[in-house]
Design a protein around this ligand. Sequence first.
Ligand SMILES: Cc1cc2nc3c(=O)[nH]c(=O)nc-3n(C[C@H](O)[C@H](O)[C@H](O)COP(=O)(O)OP(=O)(O)OC[C@H]3O[C@@H](n4cnc5c(N)ncnc54)[C@H](O)[C@@H]3O)c2cc1C
Length: 462
Amino acid sequence: MANDASTVFDLVILGGGSGGYAAALRAAQLGLDVALIEKNKLGGTCLHQGCIPTKALLHAGEIADQARESEQFGVRATFEGIDIAAVHKYKDDVISGLYKGLQSLVASRKVTYIEGEGRLSSPTSIDVNGQRIEGRHIVLATGSVPRSLPGLTIDGNRIISSDHALVLDRVPQSAIILGGGVIGVEFASAWKSFGTDVTIVEGLPHLVPVEDENSSKLLERAFRKRGIKFNLGTFFQGAEYTDNGVRVTLADGKTFEAEVLLVAIGRGPVSQNLGYEEQGVAMDRGYVLVDEYMRTNVPTISAVGDLVPTLQLAHVGFAEGILVAERVAGLKPVPIDYDGVPRVTYCHPEVASMGISEAKAKEVYGADKVVTLKYNLAGNGKSKILKTAGEVKLVQVRDGAVVGVHMVGDRMGEQVGEAQLIYNWEALPSEVAQLIHAHPTQSEALGEAHMALAGKPLHSHD
Ligand SMILES: Cc1cc2nc3c(=O)[nH]c(=O)nc-3n(C[C@H](O)[C@H](O)[C@H](O)COP(=O)(O)OP(=O)(O)OC[C@H]3O[C@@H](n4cnc5c(N)ncnc54)[C@H](O)[C@@H]3O)c2cc1C
């Protein structure tokens, strides 16, 4: 598709991250003329500063741990240290391979890719590189960036965000991580594996506070065992430089010192000075507001991904982008059930969940209508072989479907696919109990938990 001034695209997308490029690929597949505008790198946060690089660091950390712990398995190996330049090379090779693949995918679907910083100039156009790109429909997908707190300046050296942490040219001797959410605990895990002395500071009473409390407690126990320190339930008050690093003070006066402070308190939407307000797009604290079909209040404009106040996950961005593309192409997509989105935190051990927590289920259905069951991974052969501890916890509506699956343990993130089918197909425990799980796999833990909930436990006590 030629990109000349007279072209009116079917869809013009601002931002080429998970949300934006998924919309572009699906729309092009459905025969729409699509323009995708990106100021930085196609793939956005997920590919370049998020999901992929963090998981590469975590995998390098896992290998370091395995080398240290190899004797437990009868293997003689020695851990000699982390070559951080080589870790970055490994991580960057993974990214660049995926980046090339994505670029060729976008080109092969005949999406018009425009490099430049765009601005919404009317309900049907984006201005970029001095040119006006017109579209029948606009998708805003400008994503998010790391947040800080008032008075806490991220200098990129001693006080850093996840963007800096991913390219740090050294393994810090010690680190304070402000925020015990997903990003905070993943860095805590990777850095501990690399040899850093880590302390997490979380104002809420638990690590990964949006998870079922049981998962938080299991993770806390595992982190304690690994020597990852954390201070819960007291909020941050201030940070100052010391001779060699940073000192953090909490609201109760307690102080912590370390070489670096990683600020991992969440991410805020990228929406300032982009013309959104001028064109009448309704917003709340910088987030673009949308309905269940990702429509803003302006009929020709949709928004997806981290820019809207839904779960900040790459696969949510993909799903929202696909939904918009299908709607604009005239299909009838169904709204997303956000409880039905799988969530995985890739620390060691992993935390994975589907559906709702026990607390939420009690709110929704009433305490007397909620049944829970915990299956300990100690009874699961494969987990024993891996020497990982953890649990599968099920939340069921009495005599009804399983509405929550909460798992902790190494590699348990890989089980979230089955948990997703169980939740989204509203399976009864007795139905899942009928399914045969391969032995010895960790998937058996899910099967056994359902067998127990259906009243016919095999490898667990009645
Ligand atoms: C450290 C970290 C780890 C993460 N790990 C995971 C994980 O394991 N799993 C998971 O599902 N999610 C993870 N996430 C979240 C995931 O990365 C985001 O949810 C996802 O990238 C959001 O996609 P998006 O398209 O909304 O925004 P983004 O990926 O941020 O993309 C927005 C794009 O818009 C571009 N842009 C912005 N303004 C303009 C403009 N004016 N003109 C042109 N282009 C513009 C930006 O350059 C960017 O490329 C992680 C995030 C971080 C930070």
